[in-house]
Design a protein around this ligand. Structure first.
Ligand code: BGC
Length: 516
């Protein structure tokens, strides 16, 4: 387990929208390099970069055309090597997005695979044996290639599934076992891709749809067996490199597949973040919404259970948001966002902050670009400077921007938030520093819930001496617990004997009076 993960705080950068260095209207690698000091200053010490490989961008780069080549719109391979270098000089790691489940339908491998003449790529994708053989329950495309067969999709129409074989074989005339030599080459190629970038200085991968490789693999044992091979390779040749999965089942991803971290996404519901899916029939049920008065209990149970199962073996990764989710600030007010960050940065595991969430960037509805659909509203350009054209994202003409910036008068901007000591940005910066400076708050320290009541009050301890208390509601609430020295607070509280009265929308990090 790479030691640096214990202190890691990741920052997810969507390259299209972060910073445009050459005025062509789209973000690029040089732009990211120019903002590394900012990343470090806020306290992030690792970056996850969304796909930046050659692609026709029908799914924003998750449709990879060439795994070994940077998309020209972002720069060159050399620019990416330089990003690794410049980040490392500042003590910041960089992980890339690995998309192993599918390629673009414009990938050269797929062009070869669809030919009638057999070649080394014929089995690289999943094909039925004849175009008329289209068993239901499989996402098959018929009649779109010269080859006599249908190919299987992994996600969108532009993303044919790479062939890692099947676990349970239901149609032996076209399904290969995941142990068959003919499909082994697919995972070997992915290992090669990983080696290529690791040798150039990358620090690991966030693995897209990591559980999607082997088909008919209900318990995911076959898919897990492939990832264990990757972990063995890393342990042997790249012991400092990390593997983070988009699996959303930490016990499987960590204990069985060997990932170092797994994302905690939607199934943890109300606690993890406030996507619109927490708004049910117009009522915001998020734990962090001041009017919801939701108890943290229900979702904590799932979280604690997974935490226990993975303890000592890997980390769960909570996020502030990501490129697929509705932004945090869409349905939480400013205090709610700050409370959410207090939890994100004081829980165990490895936290991930999505670019722009640290200033409370908002969701822009009704736009869609490059297969983003409703996700596009969370992918708009970073707002750097309220006084600069296009809020400092790009010097291009407005009509040439990849996506327009949020031009609403109240749109948050980095420059204004730096100057305001109570801004979300400064809260995130302070919390990052507190986490980095306090061993008790880092990834592998224990978590115990000491109070969790139906009225929304929650208090947990980290390690032996630090505790974090929350009252996200709009009413005053009592926490039956004595606080020690206060390290950080949002909102306010009053000590009342051996109780604490937490004012509305309050979070407090404190040292316990007695070590537990
Ligand atoms: C990524 C999405 C992408 C999909 C297909 C997801 O999990 O996060 O943005 O569209 O995988 O690659």
């Amino acid at each position: 387990m790479p030691n640096w993960l214990k202190k890691a705080i990741f920052y997810e950068i969507y390259p299209q929208s972060f910073c445009d260095s050459n005025g062509d209207g789209i973000g690029d690698l040089q732009g990211i390099i120019s903002k590394l000091d900012y990343v470090k200053e806020i306290g992030f010490n690792a970056i996850w970069l969304n796909p930046c490989y050659l692609s026709p961008f029908k799914d924003a780069g998750y449709d990879v055309q060439d795994y070994y080549k940077v998309a020209p719109r972002y720069g060159t391979n050399e620019d990416l090597y330089r990003l690794f270098d410049e980040a490392h000089k500042r003590g910041v790691r960089v992980i890339l997005d690995l998309v192993p489940g599918h390629t673009s339908d414009e990938c050269e491998w797929f062009k070869q695979s669809r030919l009638t003449v057999r070649n080394q790529y014929s089995d690289r994708y999943i094909w039925t044996d004849c175009v008329w053989n289209r068993p239901p329950n499989y996402p098959l495309v018929a009649g779109n290639a010269d080859r006599d067969g249908c190919y299987m999709l992994n996600f969108f129409l532009c993303q044919p599934a790479l062939n890692y074989g099947f676990n349970k074989i239901t149609h032996p005339e076209w399904q290969l076992s995941y142990e068959d030599d003919r499909v082994r080459a697919t995972f070997d190629e992915m290992l090669k891709v990983m080696r290529f970038w690791l040798d150039k200085g990358c620090d690991g991968f966030r693995v897209d749809m990591a559980d999607s490789l082997v088909k008919n693999d209900e318990d995911k044992t076959a898919t897990a067996s492939l990832w264990r091979k990757a972990r063995i390779m890393l342990d042997k040749d790249y012991p400092e490199a990390v593997l983070v999965s988009e699996w959303c089942n930490a016990p499987k991803a960590i204990n069985e597949a060997g990932f170092h971290c797994d994302f905690v996404l939607t199934h943890h519901g109300k606690l993890t973040r406030n996507a619109t899916r927490n708004v049910v029939n117009g009522v915001n049920e998020s734990y962090f919404c001041k009017t919801s008065h939701a108890s943290a209990d229900e979702t904590l149970k799932t979280y604690l259970n997974e935490l226990k199962q993975t303890e000592g073996r890997g980390y769960m990764s909570l996020i502030s948001g990501n490129h697929d989710e509705i932004r945090l600030a869409e349905t939480l007010d400013e205090n709610g966002v700050k409370l959410y960050f207090t939890m994100l940065l004081t829980l165990p595991g490895v936290p991930f902050v999505y670019y722009g969430d640290e200033i409370g960037m908002r969701y822009l509805p009704q736009i869609s670009k490059e297969g983003g659909f409703q996700r596009t509203g969370s992918r708009t350009p970073m707002q750097w400077d309220s006084g600069a054209p296009n809020t400092g994202f790009s010097s291009a003409r407005r009509e040439d921007l990849y996506l327009d910036v949020d031009r609403r008068a109240e749109a948050p901007c980095v420059n204004e938030q730096i100057a305001d000591s109570s801004s979300i940005l400064n809260v995130v910066k302070t919390l990052s520093k507190i986490r980095t400076d306090n061993a008790a708050l880092q990834a592998d320290q224990s978590l115990s819930v000491i109070h969790c009541s139906d009225d929304g009050v929650l208090c947990y301890t980290r390690g032996k001496e630090v505790a974090v208390a929350f009252n996200p509601t709009d009413g005053e609430k009592t926490l039956p617990c004595e606080m020690g020295e206060v390290i950080f607070k949002i909102g306010d509280y009053l000590t009342q004997g051996s109780n604490v009265l937490l004012k509305p929308q309050t979070a407090v990090i404190f040292k316990l009076k007695q070590e537990i």
